[in-house]
Design a protein around this ligand. Structure first.
Ligand code: 3PG
Length: 213
């Protein structure tokens, strides 16, 4: 793992964020995440304005690891990096985008769930993969099965992670960090429930810490 991946692993949980109103919500959301001990964000390009949200978060919180998610094109890589993103997450393994990020020296977590994905990722020299969609693809059982032929990878499972199953994932040595949106739902953001977000982050970080003991 590189330095950035190690920092993400130390935090243990990555909030997957979709912001419809970055001007209004990006700064208070970044405040809430940092206050909860989770200074990291995967800001998805599923919402227009993702680059703006990345910029606001990165500018207001230089200590935060701000990345872009649901990146589907090299143009989005450029937009994300220009806004201040330091890592890129893609839902699947796109060799062109992986190579583009590697040339630029930008950390990329491509979505991988099959032996074919892992094999291609191995050839590309990757070390940490997003395992997506985690629960729907077989969850921890599949992650363990994949670690037998591919013990060199750490993974970041995302999709279906909640406070209920976080500990089980976090306790496994193949897990780098868990991604999820449960602490940054549309309801929490739209209704400015920043304190609740902070509490969910604190609880999550604590769960990971306990699970790794
Ligand atoms: C992602 O983009 O990684 C997932 O949609 C997040 O999944 P979740 O909403 O089930 O946490």
């Amino acid at each position: 793992m590189n330095e950035l991946q190690k920092k993400i692993a130390d935090i243990g949980v990555v909030p997957v964020i979709k912001l419809t109103n970055p001007q209004r919500d990006a700064k208070p959301l970044a405040d809430a995440l940092c206050a909860g001990g989770m200074p990291v964000a995967e800001v998805t390009f599923r919402a227009a304005g993702a680059a703006e949200a990345i910029k606001i978060m990165a500018d207001s919180h230089p200590e935060m690891l701000v990345g872009a998610g649901t990146v589907l094109t090299t143009e989005q890589v450029d937009a994300a990096v220009e806004a201040g993103a330091t890592f890129i997450v893609t839902p699947g393994l796109d060799i062109e985008i992986v190579k583009y990020c590697q040339e630029k020296g930008v950390t990329i977590f491509p979505g991988c769930t099959t032996p074919t994905d892992y094999h291609a990722a191995y050839k590309l020299g990757l070390e940490v993969l997003k395992f997506f969609p985690a629960e729907q693809s077989g969850g921890l059982d599949k992650i363990k099965a994949m670690a037998a032929p591919f013990p060199m990878f750490k993974v970041m499972p995302t999709g279906g992670i909640s406070l209920k199953n976080l500990a089980t994932y976090a306790a496994n040595p193949t897990i780098c960090a868990c991604g999820g949106s449960y602490m940054v739902t549309a309801d929490l953001i739209e209704n400015n429930k920043w304190d609740e977000i902070t509490e969910l982050c604190k609880k999550s970080v604590q769960i990971v810490k306990e699970a790794r003991k």
